[in-house]
Design a protein around this ligand. Structure first.
Ligand SMILES: NC(=O)c1ccc[n+]([C@@H]2O[C@H](COP(=O)([O-])OP(=O)(O)OC[C@H]3O[C@@H](n4cnc5c(N)ncnc54)[C@H](OP(=O)(O)O)[C@@H]3O)[C@@H](O)[C@H]2O)c1
Length: 324
């Protein structure tokens, strides 16, 4: 019998982890017992209560899908930044310690925003003088003059966040690594999915753009911030595989294959939906925000089989949404 504890169970990722494990529990009631907690069960900032509750369960695996994700609020507001530090730094540190004391596996999630997007790159197939040394041969990203291999970040690349949110996520990673128990740190980018039946799950970018596309003749989307989309159900399944296979502890990059700007993501969405809404590509300056984002933060997965292309995942998500 494996006891699985999921924190942040109503969030976009947490709801998919919960769905996955509840299904496993339903199929194999002897093998799994699932504890899915969100703020109603425990406010995780109350470390004493949290510790007692987790100790009482004594889980084999703790998934921490709680985070402070309001990137812009914490950039401009010191009180919000203090909240971000508690949830993104102190909490994972505490959970890593609890897990270590109980002999549990700890899974924590982080972000592409730990990187600055300023990695030296190849241009026209020529190595930049400051080559990243990953042995990439200048991948061909169709339609772009530049090649982008060197813009991809490997698991062991040095973080250098551009904003406060990214800084808290990086410090949270370091805190978990310092405890050095049985841990997995999984970085992802541009999360979408979530349980559409769960009204509490936040709307993802694609959900928002779908709604806008139905209401307007044209929409604007930033043709920048090149990275990978991550489908929450695929991430949940891959996270479980890592744990069940007892893969080596450390940092993993799990995002769906295919690099895209926000604009390109909307193009794919509308083409799959057969929506004729005009999409106007704009620069990031069109939507000024307090927190600077990396221009390119492509997570390179060098440890695991790739997740399927995001276009396939997006098709599945659309089909599921239409059925609900
Ligand atoms: N979303 C993205 O695009 C993205 C990109 C890169 C990395 N990530 C990382 O991926 C992970 C999952 O993100 P997500 O988008 O699934 O997060 P999310 O949807 O915001 O879910 C977080 C969950 O934690 C709950 N929570 C917040 N404060 C709590 C507290 N004090 N006590 C108990 N529960 C609390 C939230 O409840 P409320 O909703 O009521 O606050 C929410 O249900 C995070 O580590 C995040 O940093 C996300």
């Amino acid at each position: 019998m494996q006891k699985i504890l999921i924190l942040g169970a109503k969030g976009m990722l947490g709801s998919e982890l919960t769905k996955l494990y509840r299904q496993l529990q339903a199929n194999n009631p002897e093998d799994y017992q699932v504890f899915a907690w969100d703020i109603d069960e425990v406010d995780v900032r109350d470390f004493k209560k949290l510790t007692n509750k987790v100790q009482a369960v004594w889980p084999d695996v703790i998934y921490n899908a709680v985070a402070y994700n309001a990137v812009d609020s914490c950039e401009e507001d010191d009180e919000e930044y203090a909240k971000a530090k508690v949830l993104n730094i102190d909490l994972p540190k505490k959970l890593a310690e609890i897990a270590n004391n109980l002999g549990s596996t700890f899974v924590h999630y982080s972000s592409d925003y730990v990187f600055d997007g300023k990695r030296p790159r190849y241009k026209n197939g020529q190595r930049a003088p400051y080559c990243c040394g990953h042995g990439c041969d200048g991948c061909q990203y169709e339609g772009r003059e530049e090649t982008i291999s060197c813009w991809q970040y490997a698991e062991d690349d040095q973080p250098n966040p551009l904003n406060r949110y990214g800084y808290t996520k990086w410090r949270g990673e370091e805190a978990v690594e310092e405890v050095s128990g049985d841990y997995y740190l999984i970085r992802l980018s541009k999360l979408f999915g979530g349980d559409s039946k769960n009204n509490l799950a936040k709307k993802s970018f694609f959900e928002v753009m779908w709604e806008l596309g139905l209401k307007h003749f044209s929409v604007k989307a930033v043709d920048g911030e090149l990275s990978k989309f991550t489908y929450a159900p695929d991430l949940a399944r891959a996270s479980r595989e890592i744990v069940e296979n007892r893969e080596p502890n450390g940092i993993y990059h799990l995002a769906n294959e295919g690099v895209a700007t926000w604009f390109e993501g909307v193009e794919t969405l509308y083409s799959l939906l057969n929506l004729k809404t005009k999409i106007i590509p704009v620069g990031p300056e069109e939507f000024p925000r307090p927190a600077q984002r990396p221009a390119v933060s492509v997570l390179q997965n060098r440890k695991r089989p790739p997740l399927r292309p995001y276009q396939e995942a997006l098709r599945e998500w659309i089909e599921n949404k239409k059925m609900n």
